[in-house]
Design a protein around this ligand. Sequence first.
Ligand code: ADP
Ligand code: MG
Length: 701
Amino acid sequence: MDLLQTPIEYLKGVGPSRGELLRKELGIHKYGDLVQLFPNRYIDRTRYYKINELQNSAAEVQIIGRIIHIKTVEFGKNQKRLVATFTDDETGQMELVWFQGIKWLKESLKLNEKIVIFGKCTLFNGTFNMSHPEIELLAEHEKSLRSAMQPVYPSTEKLANRGISNRVFTKLMQQLFLETQAAFSETLPDYLLTSLSLIPKKAALFNIHFPKSNELLAKAQFRLKFEELFFIQLQLITKNLLQKHKIKGHAFTQVGSFFNEFYQNHLPFDLTNAQKRVLKEIRADMGSNAQMNRLLQGDVGSGKTIVAFMSMLLALDNGFQACLMAPTEILANQHFVGLSELAERMNISIKILTGSTKTAARKIIHEELENGALQILIGTHALLEDKVKFKNLGLSVIDEQHRFGVEQRSKLWKKNSIPPHVLVMTATPIPRTLAMSLYGDLDISVIDELPPGRKPIQTVHRYDANRLKVWKFIRDEIAKGRQIYIVYPLIQESEKMDFKDLMDGYESISRDFPLPQYSISIVHGKMKPADKDAEMKRFSEGKTNIMVATTVIEVGVNVPNASVMIIESAERFGLSQLHQLRGRVGRGAEQSYCILMTSHKLSSDSKTRMETMVQTNDGFEIAEVDLKLRGPGDLMGTQQSGVLNLQIADIVKDKEILALARNHALVLLKKDPALQLPEHQNLRTVFLEMTKKKNIWNYIS
Ligand code: ADP
Ligand code: MG
């Protein structure tokens, strides 16, 4: 066991300088880290191709043959390449090409020696060529340990440049197994191995690096993926249980007059079944005396706000205050306007606190919070300032979770000795499987139903060349009394080019839709909050026909009369962003449209994004595609998550294994929450080791 703690430079074939590289490039410090460097993929090196079988594809192939001619070709200015003619002696000839190491190669390549070449082939001027092939003497090739599935290890450019090729990795791995005698101890209890037909750890590690057969490789992968996800779930669930035990919460035992009066007399519409179900879940949570930590997921427009408001009423019914924190000032304002209208009907005191709240007003808010006169506070990050102290905060609602770091989430908890219940709302539809592993410490409620009567938004993709037709369509819609959003990408609000695009766009739109017939609003990140609000207000009151904006309108704005969303340079937006933007329309009774404008040059990913948007309105489906395109690490706001640094499992592809791992982790912890049973001692060792590694915990709370 301890052998695995040996510093990597002691492994034969590594040494100090390679050791340094492995540490820096791949985080491999010890023997134990190297054995966890799992191959990205495998290639079949039992198959030998003939030259007449070659295809112009991305696959790597190996061919047996000999070099019959070598020449240096000059091209460009002082540029050289080395070209060798290679034949398999049966079906044809091809070229091997090198751009680097020419001098050394010229000396070492021998004519007419039987060799095996390996690499990717491309067709050029009717001849296949392979650049920088791996070359091995046939005699040596036949001696080396090979299997049908040859591993390809993850690498970096630097490692490759410094000669640590895939072949070197394979050799190091062989050396590692030799030196350690494959003494890898079992980490899972026997009964799990039996009941799930998992192969032992040792066999799994051997077959992941040197698969004896396809079947064993599959078993090794399954076992290691399960193990990885299982330990993550053990940690997340333990943390969740700990929280339930340790963190006491306020028990909201009353469903009192605020809630009932609102429900009976002021509810502006019937709740959907999903809203009712979610409210029940929240009530049950807040009614117990453990702190609630709940993630409320619901697609754009699914009606999360009213659920949040009614949860706040429960807090008020029990004599507590509530707050709602939003990521932007515009959104905080929207919430404030919407919720004060509801609150006023019941004489509830409600205020807003943002960065632009004036000092005098701010002071009053601070006082009223501390003496309890203020019942509900809406705001932005400003709520997190130390000066903001509640008399008795019972519930914190956080809108659009992904914009707040977890640190901020827990900062809200620290405001009281008994922390408030926390409800985190997100419109980024995170697939349940991913949510489970990301937010394993949170309970999850999902609103999976839109309010009735919504007409599905029609989405089309148009190229810039068709702009005239799009403009005509806008004129027709405006003539019918509708309003239009035109959104420009401003990925980083400081980017000058983006800003110029926006202003150019605004100017040309102003020309094409002139006053007095048309009026246009504009909102962007460089405007003062007050000006933004004024413009938003003009638009939402129907005083302007078109809203030209950057992504500042991405979250939250609610103008039911707006029926067309035009997204400029749509190829520059991510899928979830496109979906959020589209969610700004389709809120009224009229048919709504989303038009994705792009240039003709589109990458294949961009094409997939446009097609997905045109095909579906389902946020969860879109999120799945998004994950596949971008990988979970890129999902908005999850970049910092240590847990997603998975070695072998893939949260998207392995969701069944994840579910399995979670279920078994739940059962096991129910039986033995502190991992004290003798059969769980090996689990416990790994678990404690993992717990020591801080990074896993960082993001969780
Ligand atoms: P989101 O989940 O995106 O925050 P909102 O809470 O802003 O959605 O709700 C979107 C719109 O739908 C609002 O205008 C809201 O008043 C309306 N709405 C919410 N629930 C219902 C319902 N059950 N029936 C009809 N309209 C509803
Ligand atoms: Mg919302």
